[in-house]
Design a protein around this ligand. Structure first.
Ligand SMILES: *Cc1c(COP(=O)(O)O)cnc(C)c1O
Length: 401
């Protein structure tokens, strides 16, 4: 590639660890739903940093909050109080209808924290035999990349050669409430699942699944933990994907969009009697709940509290899904998802996901495959109806080309 981009890509490959396989586009500026590369080409963002950019790139309210905080105070450590932490926790708990907030940085840390809390709760409150707690997880799950979390991943790429693995996880098929019920035993601390599986290809479980899991958890004194790191915060047209089911979890893990695409912010939110098992010194993170994270997080909560993004996602999502469904049989085998979030299976006789992503890039639309033949579509929720049409026209052309 005789462009400026080529130089950057060569350098990335020489000096950066090769744990990703990015599309060959080097972004240097962005605003709203659009990004610009170092060669001056503009692209419509149809991925949103895997839902970390739900409010678009550089939303003015979020940028303002970050700037104001940078000019006042960045880090105190939790050795001292700061004037943003308590407000962030209060506002996030109020928004989510929960009682307590544990702040961390990355999604994986939130999931790790939820696992630790569930185990501690099992021993100290439920009375599970020491070192025997079990957590039920789903096949096809994605919860992050730490050694404990990849211990219960069944994706060989994420899992293989990272052992010895952390025990204490029981895997059942996703969306099978009877299997969840059958897997619950005296040592079960929790059920941990994504309300909609993102990385697996935006898999929506059958209707009634979550209500049945809730019932099984209630009957057996088992915690229900919803990993809403990708599905939550307006992505599906509600604050939580679980809200579509009218079901409440005991703990929610949040991340990605919680940091507004500016700083890594994650949290576990939920019941006071569960998060309350943590006492001083028993868990923590140097940056977890630091002032910049809290200031940006508060601005995110304020945007979500208005409900506009949830509404946009529901309305425009219906349009997106209709346009995608119109392409079934024309290069698309299946479409799944909810709101402005879709898993699109490409017809096996057509291109691979990577090839379609490349063809889309050439047409000025950025998205990315997950697994071999599935595209994950998750535009920023600031996208317009016309921009969606533009991207779907490009997709139709990419599938035909
Ligand atoms: C992205 C993601 C995570 C991990 O978040 P990181 O910030 O990458 O550690 C966990 N769970 C789900 C459902 C995710 O989509």
């Amino acid at each position: 590639m005789a462009t400026v981009s080529g130089d950057y890509i060569t350098r990335d490959e020489q000096w950066g660890a090769h744990n990703y396989h990015p599309l060959p586009v080097v972004i240097s500026e962005a605003e709203g739903a659009w990004v610009t590369d170092v060669d001056g080409n503009r692209y419509l963002d149809f991925l949103s940093g895997y839902s970390a950019l739900n409010f678009g790139h550089r939303h003015p309210d979020l940028i303002r909050a970050a700037h104001e905080q940078l000019d006042r105070l960045t880090l105190t450590s939790r050795a001292f109080h700061n004037d943003q932490f308590g407000l962030f926790c209060e506002e996030l708990a109020t928004l989510t209808g929960t009682e307590m907030v544990l702040t961390m940085n990355t999604g994986a840390e939130a999931v790790e924290s939820a696992i630790k809390v569930a185990r501690k709760w099992a021993y100290e409150v439920k009375g599970v035999e020491f070192d025997s707690a079990e957590i039920i997880v789903a096949a096809g799950n994605f919860h992050g990349r730490t050694t404990t979390i990849v211990s219960f991943s069944d994706d060989p790429v994420a899992h293989d050669n990272y052992g010895p693995f952390t025990p204490g996880f029981v895997t059942v098929p996703y969306g099978d409430a009877d299997a969840v019920r059958a897997a619950i035993g005296p040592n079960t601390a929790a059920v941990l699942m994504e309300p909609i599986q993102g990385e697996a290809g935006v898999i929506v479980p059958p209707e009634g699944f979550w209500a049945s899991v809730r019932e099984a958890c209630d009957e057996n004194n088992v915690l229900m933990i919803a990993d809403e790191i990708q599905s939550g915060l307006a992505r599906t047209g509600e604050l939580f994907a679980l809200d579509h089911e009218g079901v409440r979890a005991d703990l929610y893990t949040l991340g990605k969009a919680l940091g507004g695409g500016i700083v890594p912010v994650s949290a576990v939110v939920g019941r006071r009697d569960v998060l309350g098992v943590l006492k001083p010194g028993q868990h923590g993170s140097t940056f977890g709940g630091y002032p910049v994270a809290c200031a940006v997080g508060r601005a995110v909560v304020e945007l979500l509290d208005k409900g506009d993004f949830q509404e946009r996602s529901a309305e425009l999502g219906a349009h997106l899904h209709q346009r995608l469904n119109d392409l079934t049989g024309l290069g698309i085998a299946a479409v799944r998802g909810r709101g402005l979030w879709a898993g699109v299976d490409i017809d096996p006789t057509n291109k691979t996901g990577r090839e379609v992503s490349m063809a889309l890039r050439d047409q000025g639309v950025l998205c990315k495959e997950t697994h071999e033949r599935t595209l994950r579509i998750a535009p920023p929720l600031v996208i317009t109806r016309e921009e969606i049409d533009h991207a779907i026209d490009a997709l139709a052309a990419a599938l035909k080309a």
